[in-house]
Design a protein around this ligand. Sequence first.
Ligand code: 0O2
Length: 233
Amino acid sequence: MTNYLDLPLIELAGRSATFPGPGADDVARAHASRKALERFLMGYRGALDEMLTKIKILKDEFEVVHEYSPIEHVNSRMKSPESILAKVELRGVGHDFAAIRANIFDIAGIRITCAFISDIHLLAEMLTRQRDVKTLQVKDYVANPKPNGYKSLHLIVSVPVFMSDRVEDVPVELQIRTVAMDFWASLEHKIYYKYDRDVPAHILQELKRAADVASDLDQTMESLRSEVNALKA
Ligand code: 0O2
Protein backbone atom coordinates (compact mmCIF):
# COMPACT_ATOMS: atom_id res chain seq x y z
CA MET A 1 0.00 0.00 0.00
CA THR A 2 1.29 3.50 -0.82
CA ASN A 3 2.41 5.42 2.25
CA TYR A 4 0.79 8.74 1.52
CA LEU A 5 3.20 10.50 3.90
CA ASP A 6 6.01 9.81 1.44
CA LEU A 7 4.28 11.29 -1.58
CA PRO A 8 5.52 14.67 -2.77
CA LEU A 9 3.13 17.58 -2.27
CA ILE A 10 4.34 19.27 -5.43
CA GLU A 11 2.89 16.32 -7.30
CA LEU A 12 -0.22 16.25 -5.16
CA ALA A 13 -0.90 19.92 -5.80
CA GLY A 14 -1.18 18.92 -9.45
CA ARG A 15 1.95 20.77 -10.51
CA SER A 16 4.29 17.90 -11.22
CA ALA A 17 6.49 18.35 -14.24
CA THR A 18 7.14 14.63 -14.14
CA PHE A 19 3.80 13.55 -15.61
CA PRO A 20 4.80 12.85 -19.23
CA GLY A 21 1.33 12.79 -20.74
CA PRO A 22 -2.26 11.88 -20.17
CA GLY A 23 -1.76 8.08 -20.14
CA ALA A 24 -4.11 5.87 -18.09
CA ASP A 25 -1.39 5.34 -15.44
CA ASP A 26 -0.91 9.07 -15.10
CA VAL A 27 -4.61 9.69 -14.63
CA ALA A 28 -4.79 6.94 -11.99
CA ARG A 29 -1.71 8.33 -10.27
CA ALA A 30 -3.05 11.89 -10.29
CA HIS A 31 -6.31 10.59 -8.81
CA ALA A 32 -4.42 8.71 -6.07
CA SER A 33 -2.36 11.81 -5.36
CA ARG A 34 -5.45 14.00 -4.95
CA LYS A 35 -6.93 11.44 -2.57
CA ALA A 36 -3.70 11.38 -0.54
CA LEU A 37 -3.70 15.18 -0.30
CA GLU A 38 -7.33 15.14 0.80
CA ARG A 39 -6.50 12.57 3.45
CA PHE A 40 -3.50 14.59 4.69
CA LEU A 41 -5.56 17.77 4.99
CA MET A 42 -8.43 15.88 6.61
CA GLY A 43 -6.26 15.33 9.70
CA TYR A 44 -5.76 19.10 9.97
CA ARG A 45 -9.48 19.75 9.51
CA GLY A 46 -10.16 17.23 12.28
CA ALA A 47 -7.66 18.93 14.60
CA LEU A 48 -9.17 22.33 13.81
CA ASP A 49 -12.64 21.02 14.67
CA GLU A 50 -11.36 19.45 17.89
CA MET A 51 -9.80 22.73 19.03
CA LEU A 52 -12.84 24.78 17.96
CA THR A 53 -15.05 22.50 20.05
CA LYS A 54 -12.79 22.97 23.08
CA ILE A 55 -12.93 26.74 22.62
CA LYS A 56 -16.73 26.71 22.22
CA ILE A 57 -17.16 24.61 25.39
CA LEU A 58 -15.05 27.10 27.38
CA LYS A 59 -16.97 30.07 25.93
CA ASP A 60 -20.38 28.51 26.66
CA GLU A 61 -19.38 27.45 30.15
CA PHE A 62 -17.98 30.89 30.99
CA GLU A 63 -21.18 32.54 29.84
CA VAL A 64 -23.32 30.26 32.01
CA VAL A 65 -21.14 30.19 35.13
CA HIS A 66 -19.57 33.65 35.12
CA GLU A 67 -22.01 35.56 32.89
CA TYR A 68 -18.92 36.73 31.05
CA SER A 69 -16.58 35.13 28.53
CA PRO A 70 -12.88 35.85 27.93
CA ILE A 71 -13.55 34.97 24.28
CA GLU A 72 -14.91 37.74 22.06
CA HIS A 73 -14.47 36.24 18.57
CA VAL A 74 -13.06 33.09 17.02
CA ASN A 75 -11.88 32.77 13.40
CA SER A 76 -10.34 29.74 11.82
CA ARG A 77 -8.82 28.87 8.48
CA MET A 78 -7.10 26.05 6.61
CA LYS A 79 -4.08 26.98 4.49
CA SER A 80 -4.66 26.22 0.82
CA PRO A 81 -2.40 23.63 -0.91
CA GLU A 82 -0.92 26.52 -2.95
CA SER A 83 0.02 28.49 0.21
CA ILE A 84 1.42 25.35 1.84
CA LEU A 85 3.56 24.76 -1.23
CA ALA A 86 4.72 28.41 -1.27
CA LYS A 87 5.82 28.09 2.39
CA VAL A 88 7.50 24.73 1.69
CA GLU A 89 9.54 26.35 -1.08
CA LEU A 90 10.33 29.47 0.95
CA ARG A 91 11.56 27.35 3.88
CA GLY A 92 13.36 24.76 1.74
CA VAL A 93 11.35 21.97 3.39
CA GLY A 94 11.12 18.54 1.68
CA HIS A 95 8.04 18.09 -0.49
CA ASP A 96 6.80 14.93 1.22
CA PHE A 97 3.95 15.01 3.70
CA ALA A 98 6.10 13.80 6.62
CA ALA A 99 8.51 16.75 6.17
CA ILE A 100 5.60 19.16 5.85
CA ARG A 101 3.95 17.79 9.01
CA ALA A 102 7.25 18.19 10.89
CA ASN A 103 8.04 21.72 9.68
CA ILE A 104 4.92 23.66 8.75
CA PHE A 105 2.74 24.27 11.80
CA ASP A 106 0.14 26.71 10.58
CA ILE A 107 -1.78 24.55 8.10
CA ALA A 108 -4.70 24.71 10.54
CA GLY A 109 -5.00 28.07 12.29
CA ILE A 110 -7.32 29.63 14.86
CA ARG A 111 -7.39 33.26 15.93
CA ILE A 112 -9.13 34.18 19.17
CA THR A 113 -9.79 37.74 20.26
CA CYS A 114 -10.32 38.68 23.89
CA ALA A 115 -11.54 41.92 25.48
CA PHE A 116 -8.77 42.15 28.09
CA ILE A 117 -5.02 41.47 28.11
CA SER A 118 -5.21 39.20 31.15
CA ASP A 119 -7.76 36.99 29.34
CA ILE A 120 -5.11 36.02 26.75
CA HIS A 121 -2.91 34.01 29.13
CA LEU A 122 -5.91 32.78 31.12
CA LEU A 123 -7.39 31.28 27.98
CA ALA A 124 -4.05 29.85 26.80
CA GLU A 125 -3.64 28.19 30.18
CA MET A 126 -7.16 26.70 30.09
CA LEU A 127 -6.56 25.22 26.64
CA THR A 128 -3.02 23.93 27.09
CA ARG A 129 -3.68 22.20 30.41
CA GLN A 130 -6.26 19.91 28.80
CA ARG A 131 -5.08 16.30 28.91
CA ASP A 132 -5.10 15.65 25.17
CA VAL A 133 -3.51 18.99 24.16
CA LYS A 134 0.29 19.06 23.74
CA THR A 135 2.07 22.41 23.59
CA LEU A 136 4.75 22.31 20.91
CA GLN A 137 5.76 25.98 20.76
CA VAL A 138 4.97 29.28 22.50
CA LYS A 139 5.84 32.71 21.09
CA ASP A 140 4.72 35.42 23.47
CA TYR A 141 4.61 38.66 21.50
CA VAL A 142 2.38 40.12 24.24
CA ALA A 143 5.18 39.99 26.80
CA ASN A 144 7.79 40.65 24.08
CA PRO A 145 6.23 42.69 21.25
CA LYS A 146 7.89 42.72 17.82
CA PRO A 147 9.87 45.91 17.00
CA ASN A 148 7.03 47.04 14.67
CA GLY A 149 4.59 46.90 17.63
CA TYR A 150 2.93 43.55 16.79
CA LYS A 151 1.43 41.87 19.86
CA SER A 152 -0.21 38.46 20.08
CA LEU A 153 0.28 35.17 21.87
CA HIS A 154 1.15 32.38 19.41
CA LEU A 155 0.86 28.76 20.42
CA ILE A 156 1.43 25.65 18.40
CA VAL A 157 -0.47 22.80 20.02
CA SER A 158 -1.24 19.32 18.81
CA VAL A 159 -4.34 17.23 19.41
CA PRO A 160 -4.95 13.57 18.61
CA VAL A 161 -7.23 12.94 15.65
CA PHE A 162 -8.77 9.47 15.60
CA MET A 163 -8.98 8.04 12.06
CA SER A 164 -10.35 4.66 10.94
CA ASP A 165 -6.96 2.94 11.13
CA ARG A 166 -4.70 5.22 13.16
CA VAL A 167 -4.36 8.17 15.52
CA GLU A 168 -2.51 11.26 14.33
CA ASP A 169 -1.19 14.05 16.55
CA VAL A 170 -1.92 17.05 14.39
CA PRO A 171 -0.60 20.58 15.00
CA VAL A 172 -2.81 23.68 15.09
CA GLU A 173 -1.61 27.27 15.36
CA LEU A 174 -3.45 29.44 17.89
CA GLN A 175 -3.12 33.20 17.86
CA ILE A 176 -4.69 34.86 20.91
CA ARG A 177 -4.88 38.64 21.23
CA THR A 178 -7.08 41.53 22.34
CA VAL A 179 -9.55 43.25 20.03
CA ALA A 180 -7.22 46.29 19.95
CA MET A 181 -4.18 44.15 19.02
CA ASP A 182 -6.25 42.42 16.36
CA PHE A 183 -7.46 45.71 14.86
CA TRP A 184 -3.86 46.90 14.59
CA ALA A 185 -2.56 43.58 13.15
CA SER A 186 -5.20 43.35 10.43
CA LEU A 187 -4.56 46.94 9.31
CA GLU A 188 -0.78 46.45 9.37
CA HIS A 189 -1.16 43.22 7.38
CA LYS A 190 -3.21 45.01 4.69
CA ILE A 191 -0.70 47.89 4.47
CA TYR A 192 2.22 45.47 4.30
CA TYR A 193 0.70 43.71 1.27
CA LYS A 194 -0.53 46.94 -0.35
CA TYR A 195 3.08 48.17 -0.47
CA ASP A 196 4.33 44.72 -1.45
CA ARG A 197 6.27 44.49 1.85
CA ASP A 198 8.17 47.73 1.16
CA VAL A 199 6.31 50.14 3.44
CA PRO A 200 7.52 53.79 3.48
CA ALA A 201 9.33 54.80 6.69
CA HIS A 202 6.77 57.44 7.73
CA ILE A 203 3.93 54.86 7.52
CA LEU A 204 5.96 52.41 9.61
CA GLN A 205 6.42 55.16 12.20
CA GLU A 206 2.70 55.91 12.24
CA LEU A 207 1.94 52.21 12.58
CA LYS A 208 4.28 51.96 15.56
CA ARG A 209 2.55 54.98 17.11
CA ALA A 210 -0.84 53.33 16.51
CA ALA A 211 0.46 50.13 18.19
CA ASP A 212 1.48 52.18 21.24
CA VAL A 213 -1.98 53.81 21.34
CA ALA A 214 -3.66 50.38 21.11
CA SER A 215 -1.40 49.14 23.91
CA ASP A 216 -2.34 52.16 26.11
CA LEU A 217 -6.02 51.46 25.44
CA ASP A 218 -5.56 47.82 26.51
CA GLN A 219 -3.79 48.91 29.73
CA THR A 220 -6.54 51.43 30.53
CA MET A 221 -9.28 48.86 29.94
CA GLU A 222 -7.44 46.36 32.16
CA SER A 223 -7.18 48.92 34.99
CA LEU A 224 -10.85 49.86 34.66
CA ARG A 225 -11.81 46.22 34.80
CA SER A 226 -9.75 45.63 37.97
CA GLU A 227 -11.35 48.68 39.59
CA VAL A 228 -14.88 47.54 38.70
CA ASN A 229 -14.16 43.98 39.86
CA ALA A 230 -12.83 45.30 43.17
CA LEU A 231 -16.08 47.26 43.66
CA LYS A 232 -18.14 44.13 42.97
CA ALA A 233 -16.14 41.98 45.44
P1 0O2 B 1 -0.61 34.75 7.37
O1 0O2 B 1 -1.00 35.15 6.00
O2 0O2 B 1 -1.29 35.57 8.45
O3 0O2 B 1 -0.72 33.26 7.65
P2 0O2 B 1 5.97 30.87 10.58
O4 0O2 B 1 4.49 30.96 10.76
O5 0O2 B 1 6.64 29.98 11.61
O6 0O2 B 1 6.33 30.56 9.20
P3 0O2 B 1 7.16 33.04 11.92
O7 0O2 B 1 7.28 34.49 11.54
O8 0O2 B 1 8.37 32.39 12.51
O9 0O2 B 1 6.58 32.28 10.68
O10 0O2 B 1 6.00 32.79 12.94
P4 0O2 B 1 5.28 33.79 13.88
O11 0O2 B 1 6.20 34.84 14.36
O12 0O2 B 1 4.62 32.91 14.89
O13 0O2 B 1 4.19 34.50 12.92
C1 0O2 B 1 3.25 33.75 12.23
C2 0O2 B 1 2.00 34.53 11.95
O14 0O2 B 1 1.78 35.57 12.90
C3 0O2 B 1 2.00 35.25 10.62
O15 0O2 B 1 1.61 34.36 9.65
C4 0O2 B 1 0.97 36.35 10.85
O16 0O2 B 1 -0.36 35.83 10.79
C5 0O2 B 1 1.26 36.73 12.28
N1 0O2 B 1 2.27 37.79 12.37
C6 0O2 B 1 3.55 37.65 12.79
N2 0O2 B 1 4.17 38.82 12.77
C7 0O2 B 1 3.29 39.74 12.35
C8 0O2 B 1 3.35 41.16 12.13
O17 0O2 B 1 4.37 41.80 12.32
N3 0O2 B 1 2.22 41.76 11.68
C9 0O2 B 1 1.05 41.08 11.45
N4 0O2 B 1 0.00 41.76 11.01
N5 0O2 B 1 0.97 39.73 11.63
C10 0O2 B 1 2.06 39.08 12.08
P5 0O2 B 1 2.09 34.48 8.14
O18 0O2 B 1 2.29 33.11 7.63
O19 0O2 B 1 3.26 35.43 8.04
O20 0O2 B 1 0.90 35.14 7.41
